[in-house]
Design a protein around this ligand. Structure first.
Ligand SMILES: [Fe+2]
Length: 394
């Protein structure tokens, strides 16, 4: 059964009958709407009929909204959540975005606002499903191929990704680029990360650190935008790497390492047909080069390594060290900074390590990893909201 051929289902969860019924009336002309008055009823409804989108009040008796949100996100991973709440506290906003909600609205809501938010969530789910289906298929082809580059060389796989995006009925070709590029890349990055629980939020956090560093270096406008896009996409080639290798709870052997080390080239070739700027392609290809020339895939050294790739290296390594990995626990930010300094001039551009140190000294150091993800996500949600409001005014 194709999703596009069916009417999307929305589950409205609110303990107050007033807002619950108004939401039902607003959404019913367009969607199949179910309602639930509390968390238990919502979970039961999800288990029996499922839903594409849940609108959720955070403050309810019984199962708390935040807890319900956590359960929805872990048990119904493909369901999008729109939080609509009377509690406007930043804390609840943070808790909401921690679980990757699609939108966060405050009561009193209006018709336009709610309609736009649910429509975005439905689009997001549809795009995510398509991407996920495509990437799962492509990933298994790549993993099965003895020579993944041979498969990519015939342009078939990447052309199909381009075609997939250009046949989106709801949006223009690669709308993803024209209308909301970052949102598309976020979804793409999240899709990849779904393979590996240790990677969850990695792209968001790397993007956050890379942006801080890039701004510190004076990048702005398109350059800063490219830094963000490249940060999101740097590991996209991991779609061609088996999950068993990505989550192996020990160091990899030589053969496994060779497979893993193909991901920068696979990533570059995968997104090339999407018309991604060459600086972004270069950053994806070269994000595992090393300052002393010992990295891969091309053994570039020093300034030969594109600057965007060098920025991502620092951001990527810092995040990798400060989060749990299959084979070790997270290190403290202080230890991670020492390690960056130790590897300056060996693995990393020494000037960038100094600049990143300054960035951390300026306050980011007090932000823990979870909060970084939250802030980066909040930022993304706000950008989406702003973009849609700007669109609606014209
Ligand atoms: Fe990587």
């Amino acid at each position: 059964m194709r999703r596009e051929a069916t009417t999307p289902t929305v589950l409205v969860v609110d303990d107050e009958v007033g807002p619950r019924e108004s939401l039902r009336l607003i959404l019913e002309p367009t969607y199949r709407v179910h309602t639930a008055a509390d968390g238990a009823e919502a979970l039961q409804r999800l288990a029996t009929t499922g839903a594409d989108v849940v609108t959720l009040d955070l403050v309810m008796p019984g199962l708390r909204g935040c807890e319900l949100m956590r359960m929805i996100r872990s048990q119904h991973t493909r369901t999008e959540v729109v939080v609509i709440t009377g509690s406007a506290a930043l804390d609840s906003a943070r808790a909401a975005i921690r679980y990757g909600v699609s939108d966060y609205l405050q009561k009193p809501f209006d018709v336009v606002q709610v309609t736009a938010a649910v429509e975005r969530a439905v689009d997001r789910r549809r795009n995510r499903e398509r991407l996920l289906g495509f990437l799962e298929g492509l990933g298994s082809e790549l993993r099965a191929a003895g020579d993944p580059f041979g498969l990519l060389d015939d342009r078939d796989a990447t052309a199909r990704l381009g075609a997939l995006l250009s046949t989106d009925s709801a949006q223009e070709p690669v709308a993803a680029f024209g209308v909301a590029p970052l949102e598309f890349f976020e979804v793409l990055a999240e899709t990849i990360e779904a393979k590996d629980r240790y990677m969850r939020g990695h792209a968001q956090r790397v993007s956050f650190y890379a942006r801080l560093l890039a701004s510190r270096l004076g990048l702005d406008g398109d350059d800063l935008e490219h830094a963000r896009i490249a940060s999101f996409l740097h590991d996209v080639g991991k779609v061609g790497v088996a999950s068993e290798i990505l989550v192996r709870p020990r160091r990899l052997d030589a053969a496994e390492r060779r497979i893993l080390e193909q991901h920068p080239e696979i990533g570059e070739r995968l997104v090339e047909p999407l018309g991604v700027p060459t600086t972004v392609l270069g950053a994806i290809r070269h994000h595992h080069e090393a300052w002393d020339g010992s990295g891969y895939p091309d053994g570039l050294r020093g300034q030969e390594i594109p600057s965007l790739a060098r920025i991502i290296q620092v951001a990527d390594a810092f995040d990798a060290m400060t989060t749990d990995r299959p084979y070790r626990r997270a290190r403290s930010q202080e230890l991670a900074r020492l390690e960056l300094r130790r590897c300056a001039g060996i693995q990393f551009d020494p000037e960038l390590v100094v600049e990143f140190d300054t960035v951390l000294d300026e306050g980011a150091c007090e932000i823990d990893g979870t909060l970084v993800t939250e802030i980066a996500t909040l930022d993304a949600i706000q950008r989406r909201a702003t973009a849609s409001w700007v669109g609606e005014r014209h």
